[in-house]
Design a protein around this ligand. Structure first.
Ligand code: SAH
Length: 448
């Protein structure tokens, strides 16, 4: 995991460089830039994305030094493990002891964690997940930006509000220039160091066109770009990787082939998974996961979803609730309760304490207003901010009433930085804005 602060190159072994962040050493792949030992760089998701002039790097590092360690202290304090007074559940303790020792959990253990309902039991499960996150992944939290470049979609996914089922929304497609300008503004004006470009399956954006856009952005700024355009074909994946994309966000949606085929008539789960595997082989960082609470899905399916995301070596897990959209065939199907979604995040962390970044999705924030804070306290360590131009955002209506849809980029940034500060977390993908971050009041536990 990388920080959005400059690191100094300590060693270079072929394409791998060792980078120092205030004494913490991390590794990153350098496939873009001519580097020497002693250079300062920004790295994201394990990739060097930009070289920084020493004077500029030292200025940012001076601003950050104290905050860096203060945040870590707050995080350690907030992730201590304890049972609520007067509560005891021997079976739960045994299961969580094994999780903390990193012994594997059985299916029946997972069912027990998932189905236990007492508030104190759940609080302890969340604390364990948070403890594991802190122990293995420390306090860095991804803050990616997402630009939704088109809501035009040829697919008929039963749950999705921008699918061909929805005859009532106004469709939009950003121009290539608009996409480049939006990305450059997110990077240069707001400090984003990792951006996701997403759309419906819109054939206008051929791999060549996507490649051209990415080349243009990368020519002008250092950034980690993730693509999220669905299944663009193996050749398409290669074309876009060669243009400089280094991550792919694509959920497999469900690992149960029957549930998948019912919700995606005419499509095949194997093809989707093959794309994820191919992308991984090409060198893309994989961000994947599943919808939680779709018709026909069982808790066992969800455990399998987590295992599949792990098997795909996902850099980031994206598990979020299904929310019904009125203009789709499953409009009347109710979402799962918020506690079940928290449980999925916590179980995902317990099953993968060391590797995955776990996202708190906007869908979850739409279901439950405190999902972001509570999710970050039950194992998650990643969020995405919407940097789509305001005039298009409401039209990207995967589900109704999306959280943050009318908030300016500035206010989204202020809110996440205040929340992260209160939790002792360091934003990993927001660079320039550390100035805003440091201007905020001194670190407190805020509303905790
Ligand atoms: N075309 C891209 C992006 C699809 S939209 C692709 O195929 O990957 C991004 C994600 O939104 C989907 O993967 C799906 O998991 C999620 N989504 C769609 N409809 C939703 C709904 N009703 N509730 C919650 N999430 C939804």
């Amino acid at each position: 995991m990388c920080y959005a602060i400059p690191g100094q190159v300590k060693a270079i072994n072929d394409k791998t460089v060792v980078v120092d962040y205030f004494g913490e050493e991390k590794r990153a792949i350098n496939d873009l830039i001519n580097l020497n030992i002693g250079d300062y760089i920004y790295a994201q998701g394990g990739y060097v994305i930009e070289k920084v002039a020493p004077a500029q790097a030292l200025e940012v590092l001076a601003l950050w030094k104290e905050t860096f360690f203060e945040l870590q202290e707050v995080d350690v304090r907030l992730s201590k493990l304890y049972f609520e007074e007067g509560y005891h559940d021997t079976k739960l303790s045994r299961i969580l002891d094994r999780a903390l020792e990193r012994s594997s959990l059985s299916r029946s253990d997972l069912h027990y964690l998932f189905s236990v309902e007492e508030k104190a039991a759940n609080a302890f499960i969340y604390k364990c997940a948070n403890f594991l996150r802190q122990k293995y992944l420390k306090n860095s939290c991804c803050v990616h930006g997402i630009i939704e470049i088109s809501n035009i979609c040829s697919q008929n996914c039963f749950y999705c509000g921008i699918s061909s089922h929805n005859q009532q929304i106004k469709r939009y497609r950003m121009s290539e220039q608009e996409i480049v300008d939006t990305a450059l503004s997110a990077i240069k004006d707001y400090g984003f160091k990792a951006l996701v470009l997403q759309s419906g399956e819109d054939s206008f954006f051929s791999p060549d066109k996507i490649a051209k856009i990415i080349r243009e952005i990368k020519k002008q700024a250092g950034v980690l770009i993730a693509i999220s355009f669905g299944e663009i074909g193996f050749d398409g994946l290669k074309t876009v990787y060669d243009a400089g994309a280094r991550a792919m966000l694509m959920r497999f949606e469900t690992s149960n082939p029957l549930v998948y085929s019912r919700l995606h008539p005419g499509r095949n789960l194997d093809t989707r998974i093959a794309h994820l595997k191919r992308a991984g082989e090409l060198g893309y960082l994989i961000m994947t996961g599943a919808l939680v609470g779709i018709p026909g899905q069982t808790p066992d399916d969800v455990f399998n979803d987590i295992f599949l995301a792990k098997e795909l070596n996902a850099e980031m897990f994206s598990f979020g609730p299904f929310l019904p959209h009125p203009n789709t065939p499953i409009a009347g199907y109710l979402p799962w309760d918020k506690d079940k979604i928290f449980k999925v995040l916590a179980i995902a962390r317990i099953l993968d304490p060391e590797n995955a970044k776990i996202l708190v999705t906007t869908a979850f924030e739409t279901l439950h207003p405190d999902a972001r804070k509570e999710g970050l306290l039950c194992g998650a360590n990643s969020v995405m901010l919407n940097v789509t131009p305001a005039k298009y955002r409401a039209l990207y209506s995967l589900y109704p009433n999306r959280a943050h849809v009318s908030e300016s980029i500035n206010s989204q940034i202020q809110d996440i930085l205040a929340l992260l500060r209160s939790l002792g977390r360091a934003p990993t993908d927001l660079g320039v804005s550390e100035k805003i971050f440091l201007m905020e009041q001194s670190i407190t536990e805020g509303a905790l």
